[in-house]
Design a protein around this ligand. Structure first.
Ligand code: GDP
Length: 304
Protein backbone atom coordinates (compact mmCIF):
# COMPACT_ATOMS: atom_id res chain seq x y z
CA UNK A 1 0.00 0.00 0.00
CA UNK A 2 2.85 2.35 0.87
CA UNK A 3 4.48 1.28 -2.35
CA UNK A 4 1.35 2.18 -4.28
CA UNK A 5 1.29 5.55 -2.61
CA UNK A 6 4.98 6.10 -3.10
CA UNK A 7 4.80 5.29 -6.75
CA UNK A 8 1.63 7.23 -7.38
CA UNK A 9 3.31 9.73 -9.66
CA UNK A 10 5.01 7.08 -11.79
CA UNK A 11 1.92 5.03 -12.23
CA UNK A 12 -0.55 7.81 -12.88
CA UNK A 13 1.65 9.31 -15.47
CA UNK A 14 2.48 6.06 -17.25
CA UNK A 15 -1.14 5.01 -17.33
CA UNK A 16 -2.30 8.43 -18.51
CA UNK A 17 0.26 8.53 -21.23
CA UNK A 18 -0.52 5.02 -22.35
CA UNK A 19 -4.24 5.85 -22.39
CA UNK A 20 -3.59 8.86 -24.58
CA UNK A 21 -1.38 6.87 -26.89
CA UNK A 22 -4.06 4.34 -27.64
CA UNK A 23 -7.11 6.63 -27.47
CA UNK A 24 -9.47 6.11 -30.36
CA UNK A 25 -7.56 3.13 -31.71
CA UNK A 26 -8.87 -0.38 -31.43
CA UNK A 27 -5.95 -2.41 -32.72
CA UNK A 28 -2.26 -2.32 -32.05
CA UNK A 29 -0.76 -1.01 -35.27
CA UNK A 30 2.45 0.80 -36.17
CA UNK A 31 1.08 4.11 -34.90
CA UNK A 32 0.20 2.64 -31.54
CA UNK A 33 3.61 0.99 -31.30
CA UNK A 34 5.31 4.29 -32.13
CA UNK A 35 3.30 6.06 -29.46
CA UNK A 36 3.98 3.30 -26.99
CA UNK A 37 7.67 3.64 -27.73
CA UNK A 38 7.46 7.35 -26.90
CA UNK A 39 5.64 6.63 -23.66
CA UNK A 40 8.21 4.06 -22.57
CA UNK A 41 11.12 6.33 -23.42
CA UNK A 42 9.58 9.34 -21.69
CA UNK A 43 9.05 7.16 -18.63
CA UNK A 44 12.82 6.57 -18.67
CA UNK A 45 12.71 2.89 -19.44
CA UNK A 46 15.71 3.59 -21.67
CA UNK A 47 16.11 3.03 -25.39
CA UNK A 48 17.50 -0.51 -25.39
CA UNK A 49 14.85 -1.90 -23.07
CA UNK A 50 12.11 0.02 -24.87
CA UNK A 51 13.17 -1.51 -28.17
CA UNK A 52 13.15 -4.94 -26.54
CA UNK A 53 9.62 -4.44 -25.22
CA UNK A 54 8.34 -3.09 -28.55
CA UNK A 55 9.93 -6.05 -30.36
CA UNK A 56 8.21 -8.47 -28.05
CA UNK A 57 4.85 -6.82 -28.57
CA UNK A 58 5.40 -6.71 -32.33
CA UNK A 59 6.13 -10.42 -32.26
CA UNK A 60 2.88 -11.01 -30.44
CA UNK A 61 0.96 -8.89 -32.91
CA UNK A 62 2.47 -10.94 -35.74
CA UNK A 63 1.71 -14.21 -33.99
CA UNK A 64 -1.81 -13.41 -32.86
CA UNK A 65 -2.62 -11.54 -36.10
CA UNK A 66 -5.03 -9.21 -34.35
CA UNK A 67 -4.22 -7.50 -31.10
CA UNK A 68 -6.70 -5.09 -29.55
CA UNK A 69 -5.52 -1.98 -27.70
CA UNK A 70 -7.72 -3.09 -24.79
CA UNK A 71 -5.39 -6.05 -24.37
CA UNK A 72 -2.27 -3.91 -24.52
CA UNK A 73 -2.20 -3.13 -20.81
CA UNK A 74 -2.22 -6.82 -19.90
CA UNK A 75 0.35 -7.73 -22.50
CA UNK A 76 2.70 -4.92 -21.52
CA UNK A 77 2.42 -6.01 -17.95
CA UNK A 78 3.30 -9.58 -18.88
CA UNK A 79 6.25 -8.55 -21.02
CA UNK A 80 7.65 -6.16 -18.42
CA UNK A 81 7.12 -8.68 -15.62
CA UNK A 82 8.97 -11.17 -17.82
CA UNK A 83 11.93 -8.80 -18.22
CA UNK A 84 11.98 -8.08 -14.51
CA UNK A 85 11.86 -11.80 -13.70
CA UNK A 86 14.90 -12.50 -15.78
CA UNK A 87 17.03 -10.53 -13.38
CA UNK A 88 15.04 -9.99 -10.20
CA UNK A 89 14.80 -13.49 -8.87
CA UNK A 90 12.60 -14.19 -5.92
CA UNK A 91 9.81 -12.04 -4.64
CA UNK A 92 10.95 -10.97 -1.21
CA UNK A 93 8.79 -8.60 0.77
CA UNK A 94 10.68 -8.63 4.05
CA UNK A 95 14.02 -7.22 5.07
CA UNK A 96 16.26 -10.24 5.39
CA UNK A 97 19.91 -10.90 4.79
CA UNK A 98 21.53 -14.23 3.93
CA UNK A 99 22.96 -16.31 6.77
CA UNK A 100 26.73 -16.11 6.84
CA UNK A 101 29.50 -17.27 9.07
CA UNK A 102 30.11 -13.94 10.78
CA UNK A 103 28.79 -10.55 9.68
CA UNK A 104 27.20 -10.13 6.25
CA UNK A 105 29.00 -7.20 4.66
CA UNK A 106 27.28 -4.82 2.28
CA UNK A 107 29.47 -2.19 0.65
CA UNK A 108 27.41 0.72 -0.58
CA UNK A 109 28.58 2.69 -3.61
CA UNK A 110 27.11 5.58 -5.58
CA UNK A 111 27.74 9.24 -6.35
CA UNK A 112 27.01 11.99 -3.84
CA UNK A 113 23.46 13.16 -3.57
CA UNK A 114 21.73 10.02 -4.81
CA UNK A 115 20.53 9.10 -1.31
CA UNK A 116 23.32 6.77 -0.20
CA UNK A 117 23.42 7.90 3.42
CA UNK A 118 19.65 7.94 3.72
CA UNK A 119 19.40 4.45 2.25
CA UNK A 120 22.01 3.13 4.67
CA UNK A 121 20.11 4.73 7.57
CA UNK A 122 16.75 3.32 6.49
CA UNK A 123 18.24 -0.10 5.88
CA UNK A 124 19.95 -0.10 9.27
CA UNK A 125 16.60 0.75 10.83
CA UNK A 126 14.75 -2.04 9.00
CA UNK A 127 17.39 -4.66 9.70
CA UNK A 128 17.53 -3.69 13.35
CA UNK A 129 13.76 -3.94 13.48
CA UNK A 130 14.10 -7.43 12.01
CA UNK A 131 16.28 -8.34 14.98
CA UNK A 132 19.70 -7.95 13.40
CA UNK A 133 22.71 -6.38 15.00
CA UNK A 134 23.94 -3.74 12.59
CA UNK A 135 27.26 -1.88 12.41
CA UNK A 136 27.77 1.10 10.11
CA UNK A 137 31.15 2.02 8.66
CA UNK A 138 31.72 5.66 7.73
CA UNK A 139 33.94 4.93 4.74
CA UNK A 140 33.23 8.16 2.91
CA UNK A 141 36.10 9.98 4.57
CA UNK A 142 36.32 12.45 1.73
CA UNK A 143 33.49 14.66 2.91
CA UNK A 144 33.11 15.67 6.55
CA UNK A 145 29.37 16.00 6.02
CA UNK A 146 29.12 12.37 4.95
CA UNK A 147 30.51 11.13 8.27
CA UNK A 148 28.33 13.56 10.23
CA UNK A 149 25.20 12.57 8.35
CA UNK A 150 25.83 8.89 8.85
CA UNK A 151 26.53 9.53 12.52
CA UNK A 152 23.15 11.25 12.85
CA UNK A 153 21.45 8.24 11.28
CA UNK A 154 23.33 5.84 13.56
CA UNK A 155 22.10 7.74 16.62
CA UNK A 156 18.61 8.06 15.28
CA UNK A 157 18.34 4.36 14.55
CA UNK A 158 20.38 3.25 17.54
CA UNK A 159 23.13 1.27 15.85
CA UNK A 160 26.90 1.24 16.18
CA UNK A 161 29.02 3.35 13.88
CA UNK A 162 32.74 3.08 13.24
CA UNK A 163 34.35 6.27 12.00
CA UNK A 164 37.65 8.05 11.74
CA UNK A 165 38.63 11.61 11.01
CA UNK A 166 37.85 13.14 7.68
CA UNK A 167 40.58 12.44 5.17
CA UNK A 168 41.64 9.17 6.73
CA UNK A 169 42.12 6.06 4.63
CA UNK A 170 38.74 4.49 3.72
CA UNK A 171 40.39 1.06 3.75
CA UNK A 172 41.43 1.66 7.33
CA UNK A 173 37.85 2.56 8.26
CA UNK A 174 36.66 -0.62 6.53
CA UNK A 175 39.20 -2.67 8.48
CA UNK A 176 38.17 -1.14 11.81
CA UNK A 177 34.51 -1.58 10.99
CA UNK A 178 34.82 -5.27 10.21
CA UNK A 179 37.03 -5.88 13.19
CA UNK A 180 34.52 -4.22 15.46
CA UNK A 181 31.60 -6.07 13.84
CA UNK A 182 33.29 -9.43 14.32
CA UNK A 183 34.19 -8.61 17.93
CA UNK A 184 30.57 -7.66 18.64
CA UNK A 185 29.15 -10.64 16.85
CA UNK A 186 27.22 -8.35 14.54
CA UNK A 187 24.95 -9.73 11.82
CA UNK A 188 25.33 -6.99 9.22
CA UNK A 189 27.87 -4.37 8.24
CA UNK A 190 26.76 -1.46 6.07
CA UNK A 191 29.87 0.22 4.75
CA UNK A 192 29.60 3.63 3.15
CA UNK A 193 32.14 4.60 0.49
CA UNK A 194 33.13 7.83 -1.22
CA UNK A 195 31.16 8.51 -4.37
CA UNK A 196 33.72 10.14 -6.53
CA UNK A 197 33.34 9.35 -10.18
CA UNK A 198 35.42 12.12 -11.67
CA UNK A 199 38.47 9.96 -11.38
CA UNK A 200 37.52 6.46 -12.36
CA UNK A 201 40.94 4.93 -11.88
CA UNK A 202 41.23 6.36 -8.37
CA UNK A 203 37.81 5.13 -7.45
CA UNK A 204 38.57 1.71 -8.83
CA UNK A 205 41.84 1.50 -6.92
CA UNK A 206 40.22 2.77 -3.77
CA UNK A 207 37.36 0.28 -3.90
CA UNK A 208 39.64 -2.64 -4.60
CA UNK A 209 41.90 -1.63 -1.75
CA UNK A 210 38.89 -1.43 0.57
CA UNK A 211 37.87 -4.92 -0.54
CA UNK A 212 41.36 -6.34 -0.13
CA UNK A 213 41.68 -5.00 3.38
CA UNK A 214 38.24 -6.26 4.39
CA UNK A 215 39.15 -9.73 3.19
CA UNK A 216 41.93 -9.88 5.75
CA UNK A 217 39.17 -10.10 8.32
CA UNK A 218 36.32 -11.76 6.44
CA UNK A 219 37.63 -13.71 3.43
CA UNK A 220 34.58 -13.31 1.17
CA UNK A 221 33.67 -9.76 2.14
CA UNK A 222 31.96 -7.78 0.75
CA UNK A 223 29.10 -10.21 0.23
CA UNK A 224 27.17 -7.58 -1.63
CA UNK A 225 28.20 -4.41 -3.45
CA UNK A 226 25.09 -2.28 -3.62
CA UNK A 227 24.92 0.63 -6.04
CA UNK A 228 22.52 3.40 -5.05
CA UNK A 229 20.91 5.29 -7.93
CA UNK A 230 18.58 8.28 -7.89
CA UNK A 231 15.50 7.08 -9.77
CA UNK A 232 14.45 10.61 -10.61
CA UNK A 233 17.51 11.35 -12.71
CA UNK A 234 16.71 9.16 -15.70
CA UNK A 235 19.64 9.04 -18.05
CA UNK A 236 22.09 10.07 -15.33
CA UNK A 237 21.16 6.96 -13.40
CA UNK A 238 21.88 4.84 -16.49
CA UNK A 239 25.22 6.59 -16.95
CA UNK A 240 26.20 6.04 -13.31
CA UNK A 241 25.24 2.38 -13.53
CA UNK A 242 27.46 2.10 -16.57
CA UNK A 243 30.40 3.77 -14.85
CA UNK A 244 30.15 1.88 -11.60
CA UNK A 245 29.66 -1.53 -13.18
CA UNK A 246 32.79 -0.84 -15.22
CA UNK A 247 34.67 0.14 -12.06
CA UNK A 248 33.63 -2.48 -9.56
CA UNK A 249 31.56 -5.65 -9.34
CA UNK A 250 28.13 -4.31 -8.47
CA UNK A 251 25.85 -7.10 -7.24
CA UNK A 252 22.66 -5.26 -6.33
CA UNK A 253 20.86 -1.96 -6.77
CA UNK A 254 18.88 0.40 -4.61
CA UNK A 255 16.84 2.96 -6.53
CA UNK A 256 15.84 6.03 -4.53
CA UNK A 257 13.43 8.94 -4.86
CA UNK A 258 10.79 7.01 -6.74
CA UNK A 259 8.18 8.94 -4.78
CA UNK A 260 8.92 12.23 -6.47
CA UNK A 261 9.15 11.16 -10.08
CA UNK A 262 7.06 10.25 -13.05
CA UNK A 263 9.96 8.19 -14.27
CA UNK A 264 9.83 4.90 -12.40
CA UNK A 265 10.58 3.20 -15.69
CA UNK A 266 14.25 3.62 -14.89
CA UNK A 267 13.94 0.61 -12.58
CA UNK A 268 12.80 -1.54 -15.49
CA UNK A 269 15.48 -0.34 -17.87
CA UNK A 270 18.39 -0.51 -15.48
CA UNK A 271 17.69 -3.95 -14.10
CA UNK A 272 17.24 -5.22 -17.65
CA UNK A 273 20.27 -3.56 -19.19
CA UNK A 274 22.73 -4.26 -16.44
CA UNK A 275 21.25 -7.58 -15.35
CA UNK A 276 21.62 -6.61 -11.73
CA UNK A 277 18.76 -7.20 -9.32
CA UNK A 278 17.07 -4.24 -7.68
CA UNK A 279 17.01 -4.98 -3.98
CA UNK A 280 15.48 -1.87 -2.44
CA UNK A 281 13.55 1.17 -3.54
CA UNK A 282 13.36 4.52 -1.76
CA UNK A 283 9.95 6.13 -1.67
CA UNK A 284 10.49 9.10 0.64
CA UNK A 285 12.83 10.78 3.11
CA UNK A 286 11.49 9.14 6.26
CA UNK A 287 13.01 6.19 8.08
CA UNK A 288 10.22 3.85 6.95
CA UNK A 289 10.39 4.93 3.32
CA UNK A 290 12.46 2.05 2.04
CA UNK A 291 10.84 -0.97 0.45
CA UNK A 292 12.17 -4.38 -0.39
CA UNK A 293 11.87 -4.51 -4.13
CA UNK A 294 9.21 -6.91 -5.27
CA UNK A 295 8.90 -7.18 -9.03
CA UNK A 296 5.26 -8.31 -8.99
CA UNK A 297 4.21 -5.41 -6.78
CA UNK A 298 6.32 -3.02 -8.79
CA UNK A 299 4.86 -3.98 -12.14
CA UNK A 300 1.35 -3.93 -10.68
CA UNK A 301 1.76 -0.51 -9.13
CA UNK A 302 3.29 0.79 -12.33
CA UNK A 303 0.15 -0.03 -14.29
CA UNK A 304 -2.73 -0.14 -11.85
P1 GDP B 1 24.11 10.96 -0.39
O1 GDP B 1 24.91 12.18 -0.69
O2 GDP B 1 24.08 10.02 -1.56
O3 GDP B 1 24.51 10.29 0.85
O4 GDP B 1 22.61 11.45 -0.29
P2 GDP B 1 21.67 11.66 1.00
O5 GDP B 1 21.36 10.35 1.62
O6 GDP B 1 22.24 12.72 1.85
O7 GDP B 1 20.34 12.16 0.28
C1 GDP B 1 20.27 13.34 -0.50
C2 GDP B 1 18.87 13.91 -0.37
O8 GDP B 1 17.91 13.04 -0.97
C3 GDP B 1 18.41 14.11 1.07
O9 GDP B 1 17.71 15.31 1.17
C4 GDP B 1 17.48 12.92 1.31
O10 GDP B 1 16.50 13.18 2.28
C5 GDP B 1 16.87 12.74 -0.05
N1 GDP B 1 16.40 11.36 -0.30
C6 GDP B 1 17.07 10.21 -0.16
N2 GDP B 1 16.31 9.14 -0.52
C7 GDP B 1 15.10 9.64 -0.87
C8 GDP B 1 13.86 9.06 -1.35
O11 GDP B 1 13.71 7.85 -1.53
N3 GDP B 1 12.85 9.93 -1.62
C9 GDP B 1 12.98 11.29 -1.47
N4 GDP B 1 11.94 12.04 -1.76
N5 GDP B 1 14.11 11.85 -1.04
C10 GDP B 1 15.16 11.05 -0.75
Amino acid sequence: ETLDKGLEKSKTSFFDKLGKAVAGKSTVDTDVLDDLEDVLISSDVGVATTVKIIDRIEARVARDKYLGTSELDGILREEIAGLMSEVNHGDATEFTIPETDGPYVIMIVGVNGVGKTTTIGKLAYQLKKAGKKVVLGAGDTFRAAAVDQLDIWAQRVGVEIVKQDMGSDPASVAFDTLQSAVAQNADVVLLDTAGRLHNKINLMNELSKVKRVMQKIIPNAPHDVMLVLDGSTGQNAFEQAKQFTATTEVSSLAVTKLDGTAKGGVVIGISDQFQIPVRYIGVGEGVEDLQVFNKVEFVDSFFN
